[in-house]
Design a binder for this molecule. Sequence first.
Ligand SMILES: C[S@@+](CC[C@H](N)C(=O)[O-])C[C@H]1O[C@@H](n2cnc3c(N)ncnc32)[C@H](O)[C@@H]1O
Length: 328
Amino acid sequence: MKARSVDFAKLWEYSVGFYGVWLVHLGRQTGLFETLASSPMSITELVSVTKTYPSAVQAWCSAAIAYGLIIEKKGKVYLKPGMKAMLLDKKNPNYLGGQFSYLALRSLEYSAFEGLFRYGKTHEMSSNINAIEQATDWDHYTFLARVRRDRKLDQLLSRGCRLLDVGCGTGSLLAKMHNVYNKSSFVGIDPSGKAVARARSIAKNKSIKIIKQAGELMTFENEFDIVYLGESLYAARDKERVISNCLRALKNGGTIAIVEGLLPESNLQTDDDRLIMGMELDFALQGYRFMTKKQVAKLLEKFSRVRFEDLGGSVYLVTATRNSFLPY
Ligand SMILES: C[S@@+](CC[C@H](N)C(=O)[O-])C[C@H]1O[C@@H](n2cnc3c(N)ncnc32)[C@H](O)[C@@H]1O
């Protein structure tokens, strides 16, 4: 048989990957992975424990075995070693499960692409707060681990300081930070009514204040030691205004910390590049674009000590300091 080209193999892999995304998401959503992580069992037992439908679980198990996610041995199915950390453990640096669920949940809105291509009609990510939470858990734990390693920020937060989260979404980073740094006080702002309602329920009885507001309209002045923006700057219509409001909100010497997916500088076609360029299509549907390092650096020109740190998967932590001598 004639050997197939490298491009053929790549295309083939993409269609296999589509089912891989759904296999992982369904295994997480239905609790099949969670159940197998606690103990190996027969498929009949798995159906009974997870209260699922036998033919669906049978099909899922056959596919999950073929995809190397689970193993079958002597009538029992096992989660493959290492899978628990990557698919279920949100605090593990190699956690990928949330990304799969994000992709699967986002694809539920993709019938709207017809409108984008035919009429240029964008489609706001409306129904899917859950998708965002799945995707940003990794950001939050990675940011928290990074803050704990940073002497200045860790000490500030441990002794008690004020942190503002601009575009806090459902407030889940603030809740995580509050658990670790309970002497500090936190403010989250977000323009989405749905996200704010969820954030307020998470913030209840904690020193976390949630305000329904866009970053462009903030009027804080010299109030915060740290201003955090987690995958929210891309969504702001007037980014210059948001950043200048963040500058004003910071005390002198305060730190801005931005976590964002950033576009690659050259067309290297690594897996990281391919993923973010694929997501750029999803962003186009919502009327957004990822930014480049250059664009972020320009937005931060009134700050000092601007630093980009590659967190992996094209996600960067950008930190900078408010310099007391510069006007906002
Ligand atoms: C991908 S979510 C990230 C949420 C949160 N930061 C997290 O890490 O879970 C983006 C958030 O930015 C918010 N957002 C959109 N436009 C904004 C603006 N102009 N100012 C502040 N937040 C905005 C959205 O409502 C949404 O909650």
